[in-house]
Structures are given as structure tokens and as C-alpha cells.
Write a protein that binds this ligand. Structure first.
Ligand code: HEM
Length: 210
């Protein structure tokens, strides 16, 4: 089997850097990190991320791809934390926006055709915990929360860095063909674009609706 050079994580980081910068600068993300969102808007964001995570988690749970099964362990699953946070915030409207529904469908169809894509999708969600820690601090201040209500944003606390290095090492250890590497890189780009697009549906100032 043809193997690529060891480790895909450096390529993931460099290839998606521009997309990360676009996502990070999205007005909804800048409002989140500044703690300038209503409680309702924060809850609507959590609801969208719940749908995205649960869709991917279902794909991973059904996957027969050895690397998907070995890298994406259920301990990384975030949908339970998202449900706990949503219960704490007390949001009734947990419906998916149009952008979220599009992303859910894209995850499902892509993974069905290219099982390795789950690795690229998940890399983006897991990697986003690096920045979400900062958002968690602002949200706690804004709504007078402690851990409850921000478990999704800060799942590992002070272990964030070591958990991320552990995740990267597991992903880097996967022997991928050039075709699989291309699939993983493409899926990561799609996830960045999808999350950015779903943020377009959200209004930081809303008290009701999206
Ligand atoms: C206000 C919003 C955001 C901030 C402040 C932020 C900040 C950061 C920071 C500080 C890192 C760590 C960089 C390092 O240590 O090398 C990081 C990494 C990362 N973030 Fe974000 N981020 C934000 C939004 C997002 C979003 C919306 C996504 C996904 C859609 C995302 C995905 C990632 C990924 C995948 C990484 C890992 C990059 C790598 O090292 O391979 N981030 N972010």
C-alpha cells in the first residue's frame, strides 16, 4: 500500500488555516468570545452544535473504518455535554437552522461515500475546543455560570492541551493513502465552511427565534 509522509495533522492545520481565520472572525463567533450574546442566542448556538455533533457521532458509531474507530473514541463525543448545557440554559427551541440541516446532510452523505471523511470532520470539531475555552470564560462571566452550562465549550479544563496533543498523535499515527489524505483534508475544509455557514443563521442579539 502506498503511504503518505507520516502525520496528517500539520497538513490539516496549514491547509485549513485561512478557513479557521474566517470562522474565528465570523460576527457570531466574535460576539461569543466577547460574551456579547443573549442567553437565547448562546443556547441556539449550542443547539446547532448538538445536531452537528450528534450526526457525526452516529456516523462514527456505525463506521467500520478501522482508523475512524481507533481515533474517534466515544470519550470525545460531545452531544451528552451539549444536552446537559442546553438543559441548564433552559432552551426550548432546539431546532436545526437551514445551515445546520445542510451540514448534517453533507456529513451523512460524505461519510457514506467516503468513510475516512469522518476523520476530517471530527478533527475540526475536536480542534475547536482549543479556542472554545476562551469563549467559555466569557460566557461564564456573561451569564454567571460555573461549569454547568459551559461543559461543551470547555470539556477538559486544564487538560485541554494534553488531550489535544493525544488526539493529534492518534490521528498522525494513521497510515493513510494519498487518496484518503485528500478525503480527510477536504472533509475538514467542508466542516469549517459548514460551521461558518450555520453561524450566518444566528443573531447574537436575539431574544427569540434564531
Ligand atoms: C472566537 C472563535 C475562535 C477562537 C478565539 C479560536 C482560537 C483558537 C486557538 C487559540 C487555537 C489554538 C492554536 C494552537 O494552539 O495551535 C485554535 C485551534 C483550532 N481551532 Fe479555533 N478558534 C475559534 C473558532 C473556531 C471555530 C469556529 C472552529 C471550527 C469550526 C475552530 C477550529 C479550530 C481547530 C480545528 C483548531 C486546531 C488547529 C490545529 O492546531 O490543527 N476554531 N483556535
Amino acid at each position: 500500500m502506498i503511504q503518505t509522509a507520516p502525520g496528517i495533522c500539520d497538513a490539516l492545520r496549514s491547509d485549513t488555516r485561512a478557513l479557521h481565520d474566517i470562522a474565528e472572525k465570523h460576527p457570531f463567533q466574535t460576539a461569543l468570545v466577547a460574551g456579547r450574546v443573549t442567553r437565547h442566542a448562546y443556547g441556539r448556538f449550542l443547539a446547532q452544535m448538538f445536531h452537528v455533533h450528534r450526526t457525526l457521532e452516529r456516523c462514527v458509531a456505525q463506521s467500520e473504518h478501522p482508523a475512524v474507530r481507533s481515533v474517534i473514541k466515544s470519550a470525545y463525543f460531545q452531544s451528552i455535554r451539549l444536552t446537559q448545557d442546553l438543559d441548564h440554559i433552559g432552551l426550548d427551541d432546539r431546532s436545526a437552522t437551514r445551515g445546520t440541516k445542510r451540514l448534517m446532510a453533507e456529513i451523512e452523505s460524505t461519510v457514506a461515500e467516503q468513510p475516512a471523511a469522518a476523520l476530517g470532520f471530527h478533527y475540526v470539531l475536536e480542534g475547536s475546543n482549543n479556542g472554545s475555552r476562551y469563549i467559555a470564560r466569557s460566557i461564564r462571566l456573561a451569564f454567571n455560570l460555573t461549569e454547568a452550562g459551559t461543559r461543551f465549550l470547555d470539556p477538559y479544563g486544564d487538560d485541554q492541551r494534553s488531550k489535544w496533543l493525544e488526539y493529534r498523535a492518534a490521528l498522525d499515527a494513521v497510515n493513510m493513502t494519498p487518496v484518503e489524505s485528500a478525503i480527510v483534508l477536504d472533509a475538514a475544509a467542508r466542516m469549517f465552511r459548514g460551521v461558518t455557514a450555520l453561524c450566518d443563521d444566528l443573531n447574537p442579539e436575539t431574544q427569540h427565534g434564531d
